[in-house]
Write a protein that binds this ligand. Structure first.
Ligand SMILES: *Cc1c(COP(=O)(O)O)cnc(C)c1O
Length: 407
């Protein structure tokens, strides 16, 4: 009796995802394939973890070279990749110091811990009273503390008791934010673009308002750039578009080059200095293999090419998607090579559209209800992008035809 990988997953894996029915076995650039010889264009790029495509030659070479030398020391000893990685990421972000972790959620937890410590030790908030302001519709990961301030019922339900100390305000509402500060507020945590929520763009000037209000209220501005950062928006950091400099950046996803989990917090010394030996850490955080790949990622970003390609394709992507408004789409938001599109709910769910795309050789993922996120590798060619968008047009046509024939 033969058992497929997907069947084994169904029987022996936890059911914490509901994947599309495709089992990928190979990837290169913007394309993946399965064992039956079907090819698919990757329009999700692992939620932006694959910003440089599958198996980018520079990144794979860096991983191979490091695999042949040293993979892990733990932080009990120095190794030769960590210092250069921290220096190079500090230079890329314009900050003085870097604290490496593994997953994005750990990066967020690290920033929250730094903010609480800073609040007590520097701002003078009584220990245990720190408040951090977050935004409605946020996505920052899956730990108990992070889901404690999530508005997503499915992500949060039945995981209580929840971590206190968080206040949520509507995303993009500077007035509500201003009113939410009090003397115990130590930080504001914000996504420069809300990715998981459906590529929700803040109103013009909002990030600058967050920056100003944090200064006025002596609180830290924490930008969660785990998904928006490292080229996705056409800038190295999404905050740069608005010329806003937060106190802390959280990076992840693409930092590991689609090869390994690697996250980091970057901040200046006056903030990072609250972290002392023993007060925070991770067995795998900043390991030789991950930081060697991270250094190759930083080198790619230093060329400016991935950012430039995202900026170059932004207008084209917007124009082509907006042409589908009224022809199946009711909303289009684009920033760089990153789009949230809202399917007319009368035509079906986001999941149904993704199934139609899969049948045509395009991998995409619905986020909430009828919203789909499009985030191909930043290395994609305009020809491949157009090929995928043509398939989207066909998929929308099919859904419209199906509804029309029912009427
Ligand atoms: C994905 C994501 C995270 C969590 O990253 P994980 O590596 O899945 O833990 C945090 N913040 C944002 C904005 C993200 O998109």
């Amino acid at each position: 009796m033969s058992t497929t990988p997907v069947e084994l997953e169904a029987v022996h894996g936890a059911h914490n995802y509901h994947p599309l029915p495709v089992a990928v076995s190979h990837g290169e650039g913007s394309w993946v394939s399965d064992d039956d010889g079907n090819r698919y264009l990757d329009f999700l790029a692992a939620y932006s973890a694959l910003n440089f495509g599958h198996r980018h030659p520079d990144l794979v070479a860096a991983a191979h070279a490091q695999l042949d030398r040293l993979t892990l020391t733990s932080r009990a000893f120095h190794h030769d990749q960590l210092g250069p990685f921290c220096a190079e990421l500090a230079a890329l972000t314009g900050k003085q110091a870097v604290l490496p972790m593994n997953s994005g959620a750990e990066g967020v937890e690290t920033a929250l811990k730094i903010a609480r410590r800073w609040g007590h030790e520097v701002k003078g908030v009584p220990d245990g009273h720190a408040r951090i302001i977050v935004m409605d519709g946020n996505f920052h990961g899956r730990t108990i503390s992070i889901v404690s301030f999530s508005g997503d019922h499915v992500a949060k339900a039945h995981y209580g008791p929840y971590t206190p100390g968080f206040t949520s305000v509507p995303y993009g509402d500077a007035k509500a934010l201003e009113a939410a500060f009090d003397e115990h507020t130590v930080a504001v945590l914000v996504e420069p673009v809300q990715g998981e929520a459906g590529v929700i763009l803040p109103p013009e000037g909002f990030l600058a308002d967050v920056r100003r209000l944090c200064v006025e209220n002596r609180a830290l501005m924490i930008a969660d750039e785990v998904q928006s950062g490292l080229g996705r928006t056409g800038y190295t950091l999404a905050c740069q578009r608005d010329e806003v400099v937060p106190d802390l950046y959280i990076l992840g996803k693409a930092l590991g080059g689609g090869i390994l989990p690697l996250s980091a917090v970057a901040a200046d010394r006056d903030v990072m200095g609250v972290i002392t030996p023993g007060s925070h850490g991770s067995t795998f955080g900043g390991n030789p293999l991950a930081t060697a790949v991270g250094r190759a990622v930083i080198a790619l970003l230093e060329t400016g090419e991935p950012q430039a390609n995202a900026r170059k394709l932004e207008g084209h992507l917007r124009e082509r998607l907006e042409a589908f408004l009224g022809k199946g789409l009711v909303g289009v938001r684009v920033r760089g090579l990153w789009a949230g599109i809202d399917l007319d709910p009368a035509l079906g769910s986001g999941r149904e559209l993704c199934e139609e795309l899969l049948a045509r050789g395009v991998l995409a993922k619905d986020t909430h209800g009828s919203t789909i996120r499009i985030s191909p590798p930043l290395t994609i060619s305009v020809e491949d992008l157009d090929w995928g968008l043509d398939r989207l047009g066909e998929a929308l046509e099919t859904l419209r035809g199906r509804v029309a024939s029912r009427a």
